[in-house]
Design a protein around this ligand. Sequence first.
Ligand code: ADP
Length: 260
Amino acid sequence: NGATLELRQAPDEILGLARSFNEMLFRLSGAWEQQRQFVGNVSHELRTPLSVIVGYLQSLLRRGDNLSPHQQQAVSTAAAEAERMTRMLQDLLDLARVDSGSLSFRQTPVMLNTLVVEVVQMTQTVTQRSIKVIATNDDVIASTDQDRLQQVLINLLDNAIKYSTDDANVELILEKTSEVALIHVRDQGVGIPLAHQKRIFERFYRVDEAMTRSRDGTGLGLAIAKSLTEGMHGRLSLRSRPGEGSEFTITLPLWQSPVS
Ligand code: ADP
């Protein structure tokens, strides 16, 4: 009867559906892979011409006495934008590597007490802003990739400085529990409204175009910071209140020394 026919047909239909679904998935992942490669290749190819442009603009600026104030202004804006594009390309390359899984992480024991002080000193030198370090007296040894952790921390500190006024405090706090190491980057800056907090780690997401446009940035930094932290088996989280400030927290596994 009809019901049996239905039943006899159903598995075939479902099988058919499953087959088309799988094929669709296969094509989609192929398309995604192609797109990733495309972004990676384009970023790579654009870097060389861009560095030539930056070089020429900078040399024009260095011999600036032949330029009218208006020309000087134009050239310096062009140079700043070209440099921003260079950073964006570097970020896109990093993300392409994250996506392809070709980024490898070297998990080694890292003494965070030393690392945080080094990173803060570097950032202070570059930004000319003082950053307060509050670290536990205990040794905090995490299992992590030292270079990538530095990259993430520099990024968070740069943001903390960028999104707060010159006289506001920026703090880096290091602590540990019995299981994890915690590094907090705390600022008293503009803060991030709750509605944006979930999306802040998405690529190219920036809170308020009008407010952030003037501040140098690509909207890629936090996306990279999150991928890198997770690549090191850590977590990156955020607590923030608009008008009061933000606190980004990196949680890392402690190094378990092998039992001898
Ligand atoms: P970028 O800083 O290049 O715009 P990010 O990915 O680093 O990109 O940050 C994304 C957005 O998150 C920023 O545009 C800004 O709106 C917001 N943001 C990041 N860090 C902070 C912070 N410490 N305080 C306030 N807003 C922040």
